[in-house]
Ligand binder design. Structure first.
Ligand code: ATP
Ligand code: MG
Length: 414
């Protein structure tokens, strides 16, 4: 029989990788809490229309990347490809409109059927922060500052740049769309097939294209920032001023767009050159239109999502947990008392690993393998005296310690 494999694009997070993963997630969650955000979790499965309605039927996610199936009751279900739509759905389902403004964070697995490569998986994890109900740029400043703070706390701030752009309000974007379409029509022959479709349906998305031909055309395209009306210009100026006041450095990237229809004003991405082709570690923006598009009241909102795996690859190796103390029954006859003693030591706050079976040599080998700092040897003779032999694994020194003072003696190995 062949060795079973995980599904393509998914992976087991083994202990060493998990320490990185946890470091990223916990750091982000702690900082989000400190910024006054509250944790929520939405289900991994949603009705397909939650995403289809909000992400738009031309987005890459909806057209190519969703894991969608009919469940046994005949409902169309999708594994969440991102969390913003789920949060907007939860906001409506739970009738939270009275509680605005709301600041949420969440984290967990997302699913996209894409071509797996370094930093790109079919099941990956995101950290997500959202502010609902705040129309002005201060909320954008807060979420971007929070993102920058997470990068700092993870020690990757020198490897990432915050890129910023504005998508303006719908009026500015309509004016711009016409200019852009005029320009692109003149270069139809150089556009990819995908982009010809985008040209009909949502020309701004061509900026998101990774096709080289498209990118060459885009390089000379008119820019949205030159079509902003006064209100949108002011929004953007205030946003930049706020970021400066908050001490967040950023680079303007006038070609940065978010792939989804409901975005406006702030658009930003934290990018790195250290991960090859997968350069974005965090991406977000303002999505004032989303909740309304889902059938709710107009509700301004802004937020971002960060890729846990990509950040986990960038951080330094987190410290290992303190090595344990090994409790080693010398023979099977001492197993019962060893277990009782182990539990007592664990309750006292010590990290303790219990040797399960085998002769003394085998159990000591395991104590070495787990890098135990000390081994508590429980032989028949010692136990008869209500004592144990404690071996310092570094120096090899052994002392007999009465069980009554064992806990006290072992504190030095914490
Ligand atoms: P990309 O251009 O790399 O496909 P995206 O625009 O699809 O990214 P978003 O939907 O904005 O990504 O998701 C936010 C973040 O989630 C990304 O910046 C990235 O760090 C991470 N991410 C997205 N898709 C994947 C994936 N398939 N595997 C791992 N991380 C991902
Ligand atoms: Mg993508």
């Amino acid at each position: 029989m062949s060795i079973p494999k995980p599904v393509r694009g998914t992976r087991d997070i083994l202990p060493d990788a998990h320490r990185r993963h946890r470091r990223v997630t916990e750091t982000a969650c702690e900082i989000a809490s400190a910024y006054g955000f509250a944790e929520i979790s939405t289900p991994i499965i949603e009705f397909t229309e939650v995403f289809a309605r909000t992400l738009g039927d031309t987005s890459d996610i909806v057209t190519k990347e969703m894991y969608t199936f009919d469940d046994k009751g005949g409902d169309s279900i999708t594994l969440r490809p991102e969390n913003t739509a789920g949060i907007a759905r939860a906001f409506l389902s739970n009738g939270l409109a009275q509680d605005l403004p709301l600041k949420f964070f969440c984290h967990g697995p997302m699913f996209r059927y894409e071509r797996p490569q370094k930093g790109r998986q079919r099941q990956f994890h995101q950290i997500d922060v959202e502010i609902l109900g705040v129309p002005g740029p201060l909320a954008d400043v807060e979420v971007i500052a929070l993102g920058a703070h997470v990068m700092e706390a993870l020690g990757v701030e020198d490897k990432v740049t915050c890129e910023l752009n504005t998508l303006g309000d719908p009026e500015s974007r309509n004016v711009y769309r016409k200019k852009l379409v005029d320009y692109l029509e003149g270069h139809r022959d150089r556009l990819s097939e995908d982009s010809l479709v985008r040209l009909e349906r949502n020309p701004l998305r061509i900026f998101d294209s990774k096709d080289e031909g498209d990118r060459a055309v885009i390089a000379d395209a008119p820019l949205l920032i030159d079509s902003l009306n006064d209100a949108s210009r002011k929004y953007f100026d205030d946003l930049m001023e706020g970021l400066e006041t908050a001490g967040v450095s950023f680079h303007l990237n006038p070609r940065l767009v978010r792939g989804l229809d409901y975005y406006c004003h702030a658009a930003f991405e934290f990018v790195t050159e250290t991960l090859g082709a997968q350069g974005a570690v965090l991406a977000g923006g303002r999505y004032d239109g989303l909740i309304e598009q889902m059938g709710g009241p107009p509700t301004p909102a802004t937020g971002w999502a960060a890729g846990v795996e990509r950040l986990a690859m960038m951080i330094e190796e987190p410290p290992r947990p303190a090595p344990p103390i090994a409790v080693v029954p010398v023979g099977d006859g001492q197993a019962g008392r060893a277990l009782g003693l182990t539990q007592k030591l664990r309750r006292a706050g010590l990290t303790v690993d219990l040797g399960y079976s085998g002769d003394l040599g085998k159990r000591m080998k395991r104590a070495n393998k787990i890098k135990a700092r000390a081994a508590v040897l429980l032989g028949e003779d010692e136990l008869a005296r209500d004592a144990a032999t404690v071996r310092d694994m570094e120096t090899g020194e052994q002392v007999e310690v009465p069980l009554a003072s064992l806990e006290e003696h072992l504190r030095r190995y914490r």
